[in-house]
Ligand binder design. Sequence first.
Ligand code: SF4
Length: 357
Amino acid sequence: MATLTTAEPPAKPRTHTKPFVPDFVYFEPGALEYPKGIQIMDWVKSQNIPFKMTTSHNRITGLPGDTELQQYKNAKRTLVVGVRKTLTFDQSKPSAEYAIPISTGCMGHCHYCYLQTTLGAKPYIRVYVNTGDIISAAKKYIDERIPEITRFEAACTSDPVGLEHITGSLTELINFMAGEEYGRLRFVTKFHHVDPLLDLKHGGHTRIRFSINSDYVIRQFEPATSSFEERIEAAGKIAKAGYPLGFIIAPIIWYDGWEQGYADLLQRLAQAMPDEPVKDLTFEMIQHRFTKTAKATIEKRYPKTKLEMDMEKRKKKWGRYGQYKYVYPDEQQNALREFITERIFEHFPYAKIDYFT
Ligand code: SF4
């Protein structure tokens, strides 16, 4: 087990993570037949962002950049505004019944992000303007399952909070779900831009989860996302706005000083919460894991990463996607789980831990 020495870098002045503004925008012509498409076009023009029309949001070619790496970086700063044609939702077990598709792709540069492998050649950010159709489809799924509750996850393939200032789609979903006795919305974010959501009448039907980590992990491995302080402050605002709240501590990383890092994280979170216990607070814990494919992609995209991916130091586990994944050996897993669980219950004795995986 690591000692209580700290590898936290000296505190840097607090930064302000600005809302995302893409470098380039593509519109599908059909997108401009929807109010949201026009609203986004107006925003793009007001920001003087170059744009052009494209035939389909699935076929964006010719992104600038001499190397694959440059093209990847440019793609993550490219927004594609389209119409969602597939209104059959994917399953999103175990945390929700369905994934609700409002956006795909993300401007964050988390070294370990699974979107790098799942989105393959399409790392650009797509947002869908026909939220009315998407909501109608959700309504059908809800009605089919009554009297069971149906949960929808809005962040399976994206971080929609980071796009809310452009689309307003989460606001629409939260408003819709507030009136659905049998429907629930949930999403997870690494962005702190939650102000547009604070005054909504959510009816307690939307659970907002923050993906959080030690300051060290956020600084080292999560560029282009909101900082440790910003996320903690945003979580406090969401708790005060009465939303069901959750935290995903992921990926939990073993580094020299991890105990101090995770102890600080839980202490700071507790300080940001309202005085009265937060109702129905949940924690999810996910240790860092990787596959061989992910490791190869990460080393190509983030060649200087300090992310430790030494297969010799890991335990092999068969994954459900037909590939081995590499997790920490049992002794390290147990140490991480026990230490962080104790800190959670020390500061949040009323919280529920959903799982450690
Ligand atoms: S914020 Fe989330 S979706 Fe975006 S790059 Fe980071 S891990 Fe991936």
